[in-house]
Write a protein that binds this ligand. Structure first.
Ligand code: IPE
Ligand code: IPE
Ligand code: MG
Length: 251
C-alpha cells in the first residue's frame, strides 16, 4: 500500500490511489457536530455546506468523474419545519454564492429527486442550475435533494409502464439495462464507492438501485469535519478493496 499522508495529498493526489468512477456521499452528522460544539443545529448545517464545498474541490482535483451527494432525503420532511426551512434556505444561498464558481470550474450539476413537491421558487432555481451548467464537461455533480431510492424505483417503474402502454417499448424489452437507463442516473456509471460520515452504518434509502455493488465506507467523523485527509483515507480504503461482482476476483 502506498504511504499516503495528508501532507503529500495536499500537494498532489498519490499515484497509487484508485479513483472511483462515481462517488456517492451521505453527508451525515451535522446536528451531532453542532451538539458536541454546543452550537445550534443550524450551525451544523451551515458548516456542512462548507464541507460540501471542500468535497467538490477534492473531487475535481483528484479527478472523480461523477459525484452524488445526499443533501435532503424524502424522509427528512419528518423534521421540524424550522429546520427544513433552514436547510432549504442554505441551498438557495449556496446556489447564489457558488454557482458562478462551479460554472467556471466546468462542473455540470443535476438535481436528483422529486421536485414537484418543492415550492415553485426552488424548482426555478433547480432548473436554472441545470440549464446553466448543462454544457459543462468537467465534474458531474449530482445533488440528491428531496430524494428517496425506493420512490425513484417506483417512479421509474411507472414510466416504463407508460412507455409500454404507448407502444414505445415492448414488455420483453424490460431488463436491468433498460431500468438503469430510465433511472435519474441514466447514462452514468453506478457508484463504485459510497462514503457515509457520522458513524451510522446504513444507506438510508440513498441510490439503492445503483449501489448494488458499491464499496461502502463508513466514517465516524461528522460531516462538518470532512477534510482532505479523511477523503484520502476513504480512497485508500477503496483502493484496498477487492471487487468481485459475484465472480472469483478475476486475478
Ligand atoms: C445530515 O446531518 C444533514 C441532513 C440530513 C439534512 P443530520 O442533520 O442528519 O445530522 P445528525 O445525523 O442528526 O447529526
Ligand atoms: C441521510 O441522513 C440523509 C442525508 C444525509 C441527507 P439521515 O440523518 O436523514 O438518515 P437517518 O435518519 O440516520 O437514517
Ligand atoms: Mg443524520
Amino acid at each position: 500500500m502506498p504511504d499516503i499522508t495528508a501532507k503529500t495529498a495536499t500537494v498532489a493526489p498519490h499515484a497509487g490511489l484508485r479513483i472511483p468512477e462515481h462517488l456517492g456521499v451521505i453527508m451525515d452528522g451535522n446536528r451531532r457536530w453542532a451538539q458536541v460544539q454546543g452550537k445550534p443545529r443550524s450551525d451544523g448545517h451551515r458548516e456542512g455546506i462548507k464541507a460540501l464545498r471542500r468535497l467538490v474541490e477534492y473531487s475535481i482535483r483528484y479527478g472523480v468523474p461523477y459525484l452524488t451527494v445526499f443533501s435532503f432525503s424524502s424522509e427528512n420532511w419528518r423534521r421540524e419545519k424550522s429546520e427544513i426551512e433552514f436547510i432549504f434556505k442554505l441551498m438557495r444561498t449556496f446556489v447564489d454564492s457558488d454557482l458562478g464558481k462551479l460554472k467556471d470550474n466546468n462542473v455540470r450539476i443535476r438535481i436528483l429527486g422529486e421536485r414537484k413537491e418543492l415550492d415553485p421558487g426552488l424548482q426555478k432555481i433547480i432548473t436554472r442550475v441545470e440549464v446553466e451548467t448543462r454544457e459543462n464537461t468537467g465534474l458531474n455533480l449530482n445533488v440528491a435533494f428531496n430524494y428517496g431510492g425506493r420512490a425513484e424505483i417506483v417512479t421509474t417503474a411507472g414510466r416504463i409502464v407508460q412507455f409500454v402502454r404507448e407502444g414505445r417499448i415492448g414488455p420483453e424489452e424490460i431488463d436491468e439495462e433498460l431500468f438503469s437507463r430510465m433511472m435519474l442516473t441514466g447514462g452514468m456509471p453506478d457508484p463504485d464507492l459510497l462514503i457515509r460520515t457520522g458513524g451510522e452504518s446504513r444507506i438510508s434509502n440513498f441510490l439503492i438501485w445503483q449501489s448494488a455493488y458499491a464499496e461502502l465506507v463508513f466514517l465516524d467523523e461528522f460531516w462538518p469535519d470532512f477534510d482532505e485527509p479523511l477523503f484520502v483515507r476513504a480512497l485508500e480504503m477503496f483502493s484496498r478493496r477487492q471487487r468481485r461482482f459475484g465472480g472469483d476476483g478475476g486475478g
